[in-house]
Each structure stands twice: as C-alpha cells, then as structure tokens.
Design a protein around this ligand. Structure first.
Ligand SMILES: *[C@@H]1O[C@H](CO)[C@@H](O)[C@H](O)[C@H]1NC(C)=O
Ligand SMILES: *[C@@H]1O[C@H](CO)[C@@H](O)[C@H](O)[C@H]1NC(C)=O
Ligand SMILES: *[C@@H]1O[C@H](CO)[C@@H](O)[C@H](O)[C@H]1NC(C)=O
Ligand SMILES: *[C@@H]1O[C@H](CO)[C@@H](O)[C@H](O)[C@H]1NC(C)=O
Ligand SMILES: *[C@@H]1O[C@H](CO)[C@@H](O)[C@H](O)[C@H]1NC(C)=O
Ligand SMILES: *[C@@H]1O[C@H](CO)[C@@H](O)[C@H](O)[C@H]1NC(C)=O
Ligand SMILES: *[C@@H]1O[C@H](CO)[C@@H](O)[C@H](O)[C@H]1NC(C)=O
Ligand SMILES: *[C@@H]1O[C@H](CO)[C@@H](O)[C@H](O)[C@H]1NC(C)=O
Ligand SMILES: *[C@@H]1O[C@H](CO)[C@@H](O)[C@H](O)[C@H]1NC(C)=O
Ligand SMILES: *[C@@H]1O[C@H](CO)[C@@H](O)[C@H](O)[C@H]1NC(C)=O
Ligand SMILES: *[C@@H]1O[C@H](CO)[C@@H](O)[C@H](O)[C@H]1NC(C)=O
Ligand SMILES: *[C@@H]1O[C@H](CO)[C@@H](O)[C@H](O)[C@H]1NC(C)=O
Length: 783
C-alpha cells in the first residue's frame, strides 16, 4: 500500500477555529446550517464556512445560489440587520451581533443582540414521521422572539422579506405575485410567469409558487416592491405601507421583494413569537409511469388533507406552538437514542445534522382515481439523488439512507420501495436485475423502457431484497413479499447466478468506476439471497426458502476463500488483488437483518485491519484502495490522484463503524466523520464524499457531493442499537442460522417455527409510542 503512507504525511492540515467566530455553537458550526429544508425545492441553508453569522452572508439554495432573505429589527428607532446582507442606500443601520447558534435535528436557532434587545431567530423544519401527510408539507417556520437585555422597556419592530430568487436560479426570469388575506393569514404568493410542468432546470422547479405567510395580528403590515425601497421604508418608519407594486418583472429587475413587518410595541419582557411560514409547493409534483405505459400525475400527499393551499398554510401557521412541542419531543428522542451509553461520543452531532438534509431529499405523493378523488391507498415516496445527479428513486441512495427510514417510520421505506416494485412488476423494465433508478431527471419517474439505465445489477438487486425483508421485519407487514414475490424471486435468481463472482460492473460508488469481482459487492448479493430465503419461507415457499438458504451459506464459504488476502490478514477489494482492501460496509446488512451468515471471525478480522489503518487518520478511513493503483499511469496531477485515492463517503464509514467489533475503533470512526462535519472546510450542506487527507469535498472541482439524502446512512448505529432492540435477536443468537428473524410475525402460517419473531418491529412500535407519549406529555404539561 505505497499510496497510503504517503498520504498519511499529507494529513497535517487540521482546521483551526476562526478567530472571527464570537458566538457559542452547539454542537459546532457546520459548513452550512439548515434554515428551511423540507424538499428538493425548498432547501435553504446558511453557508458558514469557517464561521459566518446569520447576517454575514445571504442564505443559499443547496446548489450555492443566493436566496434573498433579509431581516431587520428596529429598537427605539435604531435599525439592526439580523438576516442576510442587504445594502440599503440613504439609510443607517448596524448589524445585530450573533451570540449563539444551537442546532438540533429539527431546528437551527440563532441568538442575536440588537443593542438593548436580544432577538432569537428560530428556523424550524418539522420532522413528523408519525404522519406522512405532515412529512409531505413543503413548509418551514421562522419564529422571532425579542426580549430587553437591560431590564428596561423598548419599542421593537421586526421585518423580514424574501426575493424572487426562491423561484429560479436564473435572475432574468419574469415573476408575478399577489398578496392574499384569507381568514387570519396574509400570504405573499410569487411564481414564474413561464411555468414548465415537471421542469427541473439547474435543480430548480419551473412550476409552482413560493408562499411567504404570517398571521394577521395587530401591528402587522406588508409591502411588495423594490428591495431598497421596501427595506428603507421599514428602516425609516418601522412600518410598511400595505401596498404592492404590480409591475411584474424579472427577478433581478429592481429586485422585487415580499415583506412583512410586525410592531411589538414597547416590550419589557419576552415577546410572543412572530411566526412566519415559508414554503414552495406545486401540483402535480411527480410524473410516474404505470402498467401499460400510462403516465400518471401524482400530487404531494398533503393536498389530500387540505382543500386549498390556504387551508394548509392556516393549519401549519396556527399549529406552531404544538409543532414546537412535537419537534422538541423528536429532538429529545434522537438525542437520547444517539447519546445512550452504547453510542460513541459525538455520534449525536452527526445524526442531528443529517436528518433534515435526508428528509429534504424525498417527497411523499398520492395519486388521483379516474374521477379526480385522491386515492388514499396509493401513497408513494420518491427520492432525488441530489448533486451527484438528478436521478429519481436511485435504489442505492435509498439503501444508503435506509437506517433513517427504519428508525423514524418503516412506512416511509415502504412508500419509497413501492414505485420501484410496481414499475418493475408491471413489466416496464426489460432487465432481469433490479433497475438503478426511475428516470434521469427528477421528478419524472418515467423509467427506462429499453432497460438502458445505469447498470448496477448486483448492487440494486441485492439492495431491493435486503430493503424489502428489512421493511417486513420492522413493520410485520408482509404485503410487499406477497405482492411482489415473483419479482423478488427473479432478482434472487439473478444473484444466485451472478453474485459470487460479479462481472466487471459498477457498485454504489460509481464514481470510482467499474471493477470485477468486488468483495463488498459480492457479499451484498449473498445477503440478498439469504434475505430471499427468509422471504420465501414467509410466502410459504419452503422449498425455495431452504434452497436459497443453502446457496447463501455455500456462497459465504466460497466468498471467504476468494476474497481473503494471503495470510488471512484482511478481505481484498477485489478477488486476487492481494494488496487491495476497502470498507466492506455491505456486511452491515447481515447485522441489520440479523441473518448472521457472515462468521464473527470475519468481522473481527476486518476490525483489526481497519484499526491498523486508522491509527494516524484524522478524517476517516479511505473507502478503498482503488485509485492508488488504477490511476497511477494516467496523466493526472499528483494532487488529483491523491484525492481520489483517499476519498470516502461518510455514510459508508458509519455503516462500517456499525459492523466493527471493537468499541474504540467504532468511536474513532465516528469521531473522524465528526471531525469532518465540524471541520469547516467548505460552505456546503453536509458533503458525504470527501478527501480523507484534509476533509475537503473539493466542491470547486467537478466532483462535489453535497446535500444528498444518503446521509440518512448516519443513523446506522441506531438501527442496530442493543438498547433499542433490547429483546432483540442480536443479543441472544448463538450463531449462523439459529437467530434469523423472518419478521413475518403474524403473517403466514407456514413460517418455520424455528424462526424467532423479530424484535425490531417492537422497537419501531416503541419509537412511535414513545414519540406519541412524549408529545402528549408536553401538551399536558403546557396546558
Ligand atoms: C400533523 O399535523 C397536524 C396539523 O398541524 C397536527 O395536529 C398533528 O398533531 C400532526 N401529527 C403528527 C403525528 O405530528
Ligand atoms: C402568474 O403567472 C402564472 C403562470 O403563468 C399564472 O397562472 C398566474 O395567473 C399569474 N398571476 C398573476 C397575478 O398574474
Ligand atoms: C418558457 O420556458 C421554457 C423552458 O425553460 C422555454 O423553452 C420557453 O422558451 C419559455 N417561453 C417563454 C415564452 O419564455
Ligand atoms: C395594514 O394592514 C394591516 C393588516 O390588515 C392593518 O392592521 C393595518 O391597519 C394596515 N395598515 C395600513 C397602514 O393600512
Ligand atoms: C429613508 O430615509 C432616507 C434619509 O432620510 C431618505 O433618503 C429615503 O428616501 C427614505 N426612504 C423611504 C422609503 O422612506
Ligand atoms: C414606548 O416607550 C417610549 C420610551 O422608550 C415612550 O416614549 C413611548 O411613549 C412608549 N409608547 C407606548 C405606546 O407606550
Ligand atoms: C369514482 O370512480 C370510481 C370508478 O372509477 C367509482 O367506483 C367511485 O364510486 C367514484 N367515486 C365517486 C366519489 O364518485
Ligand atoms: C435510453 O434509450 C432511449 C430510447 O432510445 C433514449 O432516448 C435515452 O436517451 C437512453 N437513455 C440512456 C441513459 O442511455
Ligand atoms: C473473478 O473471480 C473468479 C473466481 O476466482 C474468476 O474465475 C474470474 O476469472 C474473475 N474475473 C475477473 C474478471 O477477474
Ligand atoms: C401466505 O400468505 C399469503 C397472503 O396472505 C397467501 O397469498 C399465501 O398463499 C400464503 N401461503 C401459504 C402457503 O399459505
Ligand atoms: C440454513 O443453512 C444453515 C447452514 O447449512 C443451517 O444451519 C440452517 O439451519 C439453515 N436454515 C434454514 C432455515 O434452513
Ligand atoms: C410484530 O409481531 C411480533 C410477533 O407477533 C409482535 O411481538 C410485535 O409486537 C409486532 N410488532 C409490530 C410493530 O406490529
């Protein structure tokens, strides 16, 4: 491994905290702070880099383009800017001073000082997995609370606005707008004049509208007009004119902004929060191909509960104080689980930073029946790959994020699997293996009639089988197995013929290029065959169940001898390449499913090897050794070569950490990802593919993975946690075969009696119960 030692020498640059950062940060200042992150098209972040305050830069869309979002607070006639970096000619204002940033799974809260008044700016993007309608709402809250810090009374007014940049990355696009008052809600609605159905251009949706809303409480005023005019109006007069400029124009043509102001009057104690909601909604949301090739238009699930967008916004705004209690209950649950004694120190930081980002990459949809009513038995979800491509429902991305969906609500996983299963069961995909995705450009899930998607045959077939069994185990719902048995069986047959020695092909780490006989890929397929054994028993097909079981065990034996490096020191990256190695993260699936077909000795072996390799590393164990040998002959700069040699994905690092048998190594691996996440090396939403020598995502180069939903992978330890699965099979199994849970529970009477029932579903039920109980408790104690 000549490449590695050279690279270790490069691992010198350790970030120093920025002297300009004067605020406290919990858990730390991430590269980008999630502000309003609810969908692929509502994704607002504060790029922080080495530490930038809320009023030191503009919020950005995940791609890095500016989202105009400005905020001022007037205190006794003096203006302080607290959000964004507006420039307002002929006016005088100063900057509020940021004193704290606290980030939880659902909230990013900034504390600012504006002279004699302290201001709290809370950005809340709810995560409500217990109700998929709530989870589908593309709306976030901002809540502003003021309190004097000198014991005196002060006159306080608050102001915020958004620009048309929330609608397109192309500032020349013409937008129009209207301001409506419905019931007690005022909403600024703005949209592109030229809309394109399902048109994703530069990752922005050319369809739908942005909604900026507040409750019409006394002292609330609004204005639409040129940015410098509207902002000057507030700075000069502490109130807006309730007027709208109706000269519809380009986003950057005298920059129209949509503003609200709120007069709190003289306050001497903590004010009631001023609550703002921001959303981006469209209808229909997703195009999906169904049996026979008919194209279906699917709506965001929330439309099935609310007759109009006004109803949805009114409910959302009116429910803020309850939403805060639910958010706190969720945050507490995540905190408790991810910081329990069995968890590595700092694990919670990675988890909390991943949850909004991952849910921000999926959308939950519903279809309409022939007479236009919503079909509540047809709820499906889609994932946008984000940054690495614009694919819809990329299977290996869903797989990576799978631990998050299991942990929060397995039904989300089911909703993500269904479009893939239905599409392939309908005969719309011509290959024998599982497809890679449902279309190259979100949100068009129109598939590949020629079967010419990106080939990852073993990868995706294994993923589909593993996820389908895992969903069944966590839910006790055997419907996917029964409904799609033939399809699942077809993929298992494919794996039986192809996984032991996978041909030259891509795996999930497609960026590394194709490779034959990949050890990590082969074991995924083998676990997939074992999963099919369990599912066959569940479906009453005992012959197939036994046969697949036998195959899986035989393959594991052969795989060990094919993949073992000489001297039995470690598994290779590819059979026969004795010096190669990599993170065999797919072994995680054997733990997750509790199939236990890989001998403990293999986990121990890999653990020892990683331990040896991780000694001096700061940022993570490299994903694999591939490029240190495959690219040496190419004309590449030394720098490029070294970066590629040492890149890894944070998600797979955590999957691997979940499989190691040494607590100190697990802690070290989690800490390396934490070092990266807190390392302030760039301005981007959590990037999962980075250089293990300096923690850099190299987003200036062509390869930049950021804001991807795959970070749901970081919850991998939670779905194996012994205390989450306290009655679980992982603690009481005694070796291969004896402890496999088939999870079919009350399902099929032909389930072999030798199978113990899964404890994972109990865990899932407990989670939902705990969540409900905590919510009720919070509600009661506030009553
Ligand atoms: C879903 O949202 C509604 C309306 O805001 C709220 O009443 C309900 O409690 C939420 N449900 C869950 C499970 O969060
Ligand atoms: C704005 O443009 C959309 C899309 O062309 C159109 O449907 C809508 O009526 C327009 N609204 C106003 C207020 O002109
Ligand atoms: C509307 O947008 C589409 C897609 O961006 C573009 O092809 C078309 O030329 C635009 N039409 C007008 C009238 O601007
Ligand atoms: C502006 O509108 C608000 C809300 O309707 C109202 O309370 C206020 O009196 C209006 N102000 C002006 C100046 O018209
Ligand atoms: C704000 O005050 C400045 C300075 O007096 C003046 O130049 C500007 O026109 C005022 N703008 C508004 C909108 O009141
Ligand atoms: C608010 O306080 C200021 C002094 O800070 C005082 O001049 C003003 O009259 C007060 N306004 C109200 C409505 O009480
Ligand atoms: C909608 O149409 C279906 C047939 O497509 C019919 O069975 C159903 O009764 C209709 N529902 C309503 C509310 O009209
Ligand atoms: C797949 O084939 C279709 C039809 O020939 C073609 O339009 C499309 O570009 C192809 N897609 C890829 C990814 O090759
Ligand atoms: C893959 O491994 C098998 C088993 O060792 C071997 O027969 C085959 O030639 C290998 N394939 C490649 C492309 O190296
Ligand atoms: C198992 O259950 C499914 C669904 O209930 C049923 O279709 C299937 O026939 C059952 N298998 C046996 C062998 O009973
Ligand atoms: C699967 O095969 C293993 C190894 O041969 C055996 O110990 C186990 O009992 C088998 N399990 C089932 C359910 O057939
Ligand atoms: C799943 O089934 C098992 C066995 O019947 C049962 O103990 C468990 O409570 C069930 N879990 C759920 C979530 O339904």
């Amino acid at each position: 491994m000549q490449g590695l030692s050279a690279l270790l020498l490069l691992a010198a640059a350790i970030p120093t905290s920025n002297a300009a950062v004067t605020w406290t940060a919990t858990p730390f200042n991430p590269a980008a702070v999630p502000l309003a992150v609810r969908s692929p098209y509502l994704s607002a972040w504060l790029p922080q880099g080495s530490g930038a305050a809320l009023n030191a830069g503009w919020p950005n869309f995940w791609t890095g383009t500016i989202l105009g979002w400005a905020g001022f607070i007037n205190v006794d006639g003096t203006s302080y800017n607290f959000l964004g970096v507006p420039s307002v000619p002929s006016t005088t204002f100063t900057k509020a001073v940021q004193t704290d940033l606290t980030i939880t799974s659902t909230q990013s809260t900034f504390s600012m000082t504006a002279g004699p008044v302290d201001l709290t700016v809370q950005f809340l993007s709810p995560i409500e997995p217990g109700d998929l309608v709530n989870l589908s709402l593309p709306f976030s809250y901002v809540a502003l609370t003021a309190v004097p810090n000198d014991g005196k009374s002060h006159s306080v007014q608050l102001y915020t606005d958004i620009s048309g940049e929330w609608l397109s990355a192309d500032d020349s696009m013409t937008i129009n707008w209207t301001t409506t008052t419905t019931g007690n809600v005022i909403t600024h609605i703005s949209q592109l004049e030229n809309q394109t159905l399902f048109g994703d251009i530069n990752n922005r949706m050319q369809q739908g509208a942005s909604y900026y809303s507040v409750l019409n409480t006394p002292g609330t005023t609004y204005q639409v007009g040129q940015d410098i005019v509207v902002r000057a109006q507030f700075i000069n007069h502490s109130t807006l004119t309730n007027t709208s400029d109706t000269n519809f124009r380009g986003i950057s043509d005298d920059w129209p902004v949509f503003a609200f102001a709120h007069d709190l009057g003289n306050i001497s104690s903590l004010s009631e929060p001023v609550v703002i909601s921001i959303g981006f909604a469209r209808d229909p949301a997703v195009e999906y191909i169904t049996a026979g090739g008919a194209v279906q238009h699917r709506s965001s699930y929330f439309w099935s509960r609310y007759a109009t967008i006004d109803d949805a916004i009114a409910t959302f705004l009116g429910d803020y104080s309850n939403a805060v209690m639910r958010a706190k209950a969720f945050d507490t649950k995540v905190l408790t689980d991810s910081s329990q004694s069995s968890m590595p120190i700092n694990y919670h930081s990675i988890v909390l930073l991943s949850i909004r980002q991952a849910f921000g990459g999926i959308e939950i949809t519903i279809s309409k029946d022939s007479n236009g009513s919503y079909n509540t038995s047809d709820v499906t979800a889609f994932l946008k790959e984000i940054s690495s491509s614009g694919y819809i429902s990329t299977v290996d991305n869903i797989f990576s994020a799978w631990p998050l969906f299991l942990y929060t609500n397995p039904l989300i996983g089911k909703a993500l699997l269904l479009p893939l299963l239905e599409y392939q069961a309908a005969g719309l995909y011509s290959n024998k293996w599982a497809c890679h995705d449902l279309g190259p450009q979100y949100p068009k899930a129109t598939g590949y009639p020629n079967g010419n998607d990106t080939d990852m045959p073993v990868e995706e077939s294994g993923n589909m089988l593993i996820m389908t069994l895992s969903y069944t185990q966590w839910s006790n719902d055997t419907s996917l197995i029964h409904s799609y048995y033939n399809l699942l069986n077809q993929w298992a047959q494919y794996l039986q013929a192809n996984t032991l020695a996978p041909s030259l092909q891509l795996d999930s780490d497609a960026i590394a290029g194709p490779l034959a006989n990949q050890t990590n890929l082969a074991i995924k397929g083998i676990i997939g065959i074992k999963a099919m054994s369990e599912m066959s028993f569940t479906n009453g097909d005992n012959t197939a169940g036994s046969s697949y079981n036998t195959t899986a065990y035989q393959y594991v034996e052969k795989w060990q001898s094919l993949a073992m490096a000489p001297g039995g020191l470690h598994l290779t990256l590819a059979y026969g390449n004795d010096s190669s190695w990599g993170l065999t993260y797919n072994m995680y699936a054997d733990k997750l499913l509790n199939t236990n077909i890989i001998p403990e000795s293999v986990y121990n072996l890999q653990t020892s090897w990683y331990k040896e390799k991780s000694g001096d590393l700061q940022w993570g164990i490299p994903l694999d050794t591939r490029h240190s040998y495959t690219f040496t002959g190419l004309l590449r700069s030394r720098r490029t070569l070294q970066l590629e040699a040492n890149r890894h994905t944070a998600g797979w690092e955590i999957w691997t950490a979940a499989t190691v048998t040494d607590t100190s190594l697990q802690t070290a691996m989690v800490n390396m990802v934490n070092t990266y996440a807190s390392g302030q090396q760039n301005n981007e939403p959590f990037g999962d593919w980075y250089d293990t020598t300096d923690g850099d995502t190299e987003c200036s180069s062509s390869v930049c993975f950021k804001a991807r939903p795959v970070v749901g992978a970081h919850l991998a330890l939670l779905t194996l946690s012994p205390s989450n699965i306290s009655t679980g099979p992982s603690s009481n199994t005694s070796g291969p075969g004896s402890g496999g849970n088939n999870g079919s529970g009350g399902g099929n009477s032909t389930t072999p009696a030798s199978k113990s029932s899964s404890a994972s579903p109990i865990q899932a039920a407990r989670w939902l119960l705990g969540f409900t109980a905590a919510t009720c408790f919070a509600a009661l104690s506030s009553a």
